[in-house]
Ligand binder design. Structure first.
Ligand SMILES: [Zn+2]
Length: 507
């Protein structure tokens, strides 16, 4: 911890610290109308994960070998998680390594106090929870929810297309991306593939091609003289098409094979399938279905004069997903961590937030409610009392964690002057009278009390009245589950751009 003092800009007060504090604040009762707050009887022990060796991070900012530090671990998580599938797989790997039991939603659950569990849906959303040893039927859930998806380009079902002299990939836009930022980046593909196996069954595999495979070239200034005055306005159907290769290789191969095996009507370019089959160590014929995102190959890293920034794509919302995951893992890593807990600690990471959450793997599905109902009834067995689930939900609290807009140094007036979140000034609590965020006076108050108890700063955000307001999963879950919710997040710049946006280390 001593290294923090030497580098004031790296005053590590990260998001997971507050979220972990939230899990450790089970003595703070969220009861209405007799709301009261009590100070935890024991002070929270120093956070091992925050005793980062910052100097080591400096040296390894591009290699992220600073394992053991929260920042290094976040960078590694970001670099692993090119897609919503990979983000979920990495969370699953960490949960299994920490002794969490994988549940199957298709089977009967057996849960017990002190247990740690999780399940996934569609390989792209995940719910994990630990049961306090003092849990009794009707006690509440302390939940942190975030999302695993980010705006990106996704391959169309028939991706093969060509232009004079070039092989191209047809893509569809996903979410509200800043699409001009996808031009001139070193791109590749990653996602899920369904393979046919030797016995005729099918399996799902994740794949990631790490080398730059694709490029969307901009038009040279000489061919677009007014672009700087008029702005760059690409047509998303015709201009945003990634380039895979020239046709030379294809023409050579075709002339060798006399066109015998290469059909011009293939759904995907054989060259792409070949790269995938090499990576998956399977035959091209075994590849049945592709579900691939176009991804940036540039690694996440530290940057800025003092390495005070995290430069990364997909910060929205993998930074929150990582913090939620880490908060749960760290809050019940030792045998005694659940001994005095009387609630359920839960995290829920959803897919499809960027397109409105209405999917089976999105927050619009009843996943969280179903999980809560199953946990309550499973732990109660035959003794489920009247309204046990409803009582539990009324005693529960949800932290909806999604990224926030930090004030932009070159566009300061885009923020309302009294609500300009700044880097390294604490987690942002998001308010919107029109319920684009689910925060209420009470939930903001409760959350700030948790933060205050642990000497952690918070900031307030409300959008200008003359601008539209974003939204997130908070209102969807609050309305769908009936759970008290606060919307909060880490301030960042360049949200929804491709490539590297940034957050302050220690935000
Ligand atoms: Zn988000």
């Amino acid at each position: 911890m001593a290294t923090f003092a030497r580098l004031p800009l790296l005053q590590l007060q990260p998001h997971p610290k507050l979220l972990k504090s939230y899990f450790h604040s089970s003595r703070i009762k969220f009861k209405l109308p007799n709301l009261y707050l009590s100070t935890p009887s024991q002070s929270v022990s120093p956070f091992r994960c925050f005793s980062s060796n910052v100097d080591q991070i400096h040296q390894n900012s591009f290699h992220n070998e600073s394992v053991g530090s929260i920042v290094g671990d976040l960078l590694n998580y970001l670099n692993e998680s090119w897609t919503q599938f990979h983000a979920t797989a990495e969370a699953k790997r960490q949960l299994l390594a920490a002794g969490f039991h994988l549940l199957n939603e298709n089977e009967e659950w057996e849960l017990k106090p002190g247990g740690r569990y999780f399940f996934t849906r569609n390989m792209s959303s995940l719910v994990a929870f630990s049961v306090g040893e003092k849990y009794s039927t009707g006690n509440g859930f302390h939940v942190i929810a975030a999302h695993t998806d980010s705006p990106c380009l996704k391959l169309k079902p028939i991706s093969a297309s060509s232009k004079p002299g070039y092989l191209m990939l047809n893509v569809q836009t996903y979410g509200g991306g800043l699409w001009h930022t996808w031009f001139d980046r070193d791109l590749s593909v990653a996602g899920r593939v369904i393979l046919r196996t030797d016995d005729g069954s099918f399996i799902q595999r994740l794949v990631k091609i790490k080398r730059p495979l694709l490029r969307i070239p901009t038009l040279a200034i000489h061919l677009d003289r007014t672009v700087n005055q008029d702005g760059f306005k690409p047509n998303l159907e015709t201009h945003l098409v990634p380039l895979l290769s020239t046709r030379c290789e294809e023409e050579l191969t075709e002339s060798k094979e006399k066109g015998a095996t290469r059909s011009s009507k293939a759904w995907h370019h054989p060259q792409l399938l070949e790269v995938l089959s090499e990576e998956l160590d399977c035959a091209i014929a075994d590849i049945v279905t592709l579900e691939l995102n176009v991804c940036d190959t540039q690694p996440s890293c530290l940057g800025g004069m003092n390495n005070e920034f995290i430069f990364s794509g997909r910060l929205d919302n993998l930074a929150s997903s990582f913090c939620a995951l880490r908060a749960l893992l760290d809050s019940c890593s030792s045998p005694g961590d659940l001994s005095s807990e009387d609630a359920i600690r839960m995290i829920a990471l959803f897919d499809n937030e960027e397109v409105g959450s209405d999917s089976i793997q999105g927050a619009g599905a009843p996943t969280m409610f179903q999980a809560m109902r199953r946990v309550v009834s499973c732990l109660a067995r035959e003794k489920v009392g009247e309204g046990a689930v409803e009582r539990a939900i009324r005693q529960s609290f949800l932290v909806s964690a999604d990224m926030a807009h930090g004030v932009h140094p070159n566009f300061v007036d885009k923020h309302e002057e009294n609500h300009r979140p700044q880097m390294q000034k604490g987690l942002v609590i998001k308010h919107n009278a029109n319920q684009r965020y689910a925060t209420s006076g009470v939930t903001a108050f409760l959350f700030k009390e948790v933060a205050k108890t642990h000497n952690l700063p918070t900031q307030e955000f409300v959008v200008r009245n003359d601008m539209g307001c974003g939204s997130t999963i908070g209102p969807i879950l609050a309305a769908g589950v009936g759970i008290r919710t606060v919307d909060c997040g880490i301030p960042q710049l360049s949200m929804h751009r491709q490539g590297n946006g940034s957050i302050g280390v220690g935000s």
